[in-house]
Design a protein around this ligand. Structure first.
Ligand SMILES: [Mn+2]
Length: 390
């Protein structure tokens, strides 16, 4: 386990980067969240509230709006002197009053807010119509130039700071420890156990350290043919197959791993498909290079599948991977054969998850997380060469 001091370093690295970028885009950035609805709050503060929470960042200030009952959530920021002004509120009325005070201080300035278009940046589009209307009224009252934050958030979050990349490395390593510990417990996972029971076992470990990056998927038998299965009451049988797709948000960085298992004997057909998926993963990771098109690694995976005799058009029905960060689907284009016009930059984190699905029968997906720096593509974890036998 890593101590809280490292989390502060991660947050400091983001604040520094955001402030530098503000020189290009505006005078300040306002984030308003209800619960987890805007993860830019997690990005800036390392926590999220149950109710309303807000932050306004400028070159030399960080205002935080926090509910009276949740004041303790930002202690780590206060103690490390990251916040310049704390606005405590109780109930929505006071929240709006405090927000107005902050906005009034920025009279005559440009404020970026998260009402970007989905096409430009999904992660800067969380503001509700109600909030946008309120802000527009305040902007008029205090002569603020209100701008959508799309380009700013995209540039801020697509590439990661060194501290964020290291935090993800810790997150992935702790995630794998959880999986390994559950697998090595004798008799934990056996015929008769339901998909839900397996997921519950993993949740209980994740909550000891962090929180799930997303709802855990446990898919067994023919359910494995479904890339996004809803974990069900289906019981594992003898000589059954299943996959677990799960991740943990730890130190504000989300991991995302998929592993494939066999309970009992491995049918030959499964062995062969698994081999092709491992090969596609290994080959496509080699194709992740700074300056290459985002389409290239996905094309490599598709070529590998063809070489093994499987038609990717029919059986590989999603893209190769997605960006990782605070969000499990973070800012940046997917590793997809469709993204031919964008080049891969350095300091990014991605999943690599080739798969082959056979409708109504079964599917195999293997998902590892990688980090690309100027120097190298670093595999934070590696799929086993053969299905995991339980
Ligand atoms: Mn994924």
């Amino acid at each position: 386990m890593v101590d809280d001091k490292f989390l502060i370093e991660v947050l400091q690295s983001r604040l520094k980067r955001a402030r530098k970028l503000l020189e290009k885009y505006g005078d300040s950035w306002l984030v308003l969240s209800v619960g987890t609805n805007d993860t830019n709050i997690d990005y800036l503060l390392g926590v999220h509230a149950h109710g309303f929470m807000g932050a306004l960042l400028s070159r030399d200030e960080l205002h935080v709006l926090v509910g009276r009952l949740e004041r303790s959530f930002i202690r780590h920021l206060e103690e490390n002197k990251l916040i310049s002004d704390i606005h405590v509120f109780y109930g929505y009325g006071e929240f709006e009053k405090e927000l107005k005070k902050i906005i009034a201080e920025y009279s005559g300035k440009r404020i970026l807010a998260n009402f970007a278009s989905f096409e430009l940046c999904f992660h800067a589009a969380s503001l509700s119509y109600t909030f946008v209307r309120k802000l527009m009224q305040m902007a008029e009252d205090y002569e603020i130039e209100l701008r959508p934050s799309g380009r700013f958030v995209y540039e801020l979050r697509q590439t990661k700071t060194q501290e964020e990349l290291l935090a993800l490395e810790y997150s992935v390593s702790e995630t794998m420890k959880i999986l390994d510990s559950i697998i090595s417990e004798s008799n934990t996972i056996k015929p008769g156990m339901t998909e839900r029971e397996i997921a519950a076992r993993i949740y209980s470990e994740i909550y000891k350290l962090g929180e799930p990056s997303f709802e855990i998927i446990v898919a067994s038998g023919p359910n494995t043919a479904n890339p996004h299965h809803i974990t069900s009451d289906r019981k594992l049988r003898t000589n059954d197959i299943f996959y677990i797709d799960f991740g943990m948000r730890y130190l504000t960085m989300s991991s995302d791993i998929t592993r494939f298992f066999v309970v009992g004997n491995i049918p030959n057909e499964i062995k062969q498909v698994y081999e092709a998926v491992v090969a596609a993963q290994n080959e496509s990771i080699k194709a992740i290079k700074v300056g290459a098109a985002f389409s290239e690694p996905d094309n490599t995976a598709r070529e590998t599948f063809k070489a093994y005799g499987y038609d990717p058009e029919k059986h590989f029905i999603h893209s190769l991977g997605h960006a990782l960060g605070v969000d499990v689907h973070d800012v940046g284009p997917p590793l997809s054969h469709r993204v031919t016009n964008k080049k891969i930059p350095e300091n990014i984190a991605y999943t690599v998850e080739p798969a082959l699905y056979f409708e109504g029968k079964y599917g195999i997906r293997l998902e590892d997380d990688v980090v690309l720096t100027k120097k190298e593509v670093k595999r934070l974890v590696r799929s086993p060469e053969e299905p995991i036998c339980l």
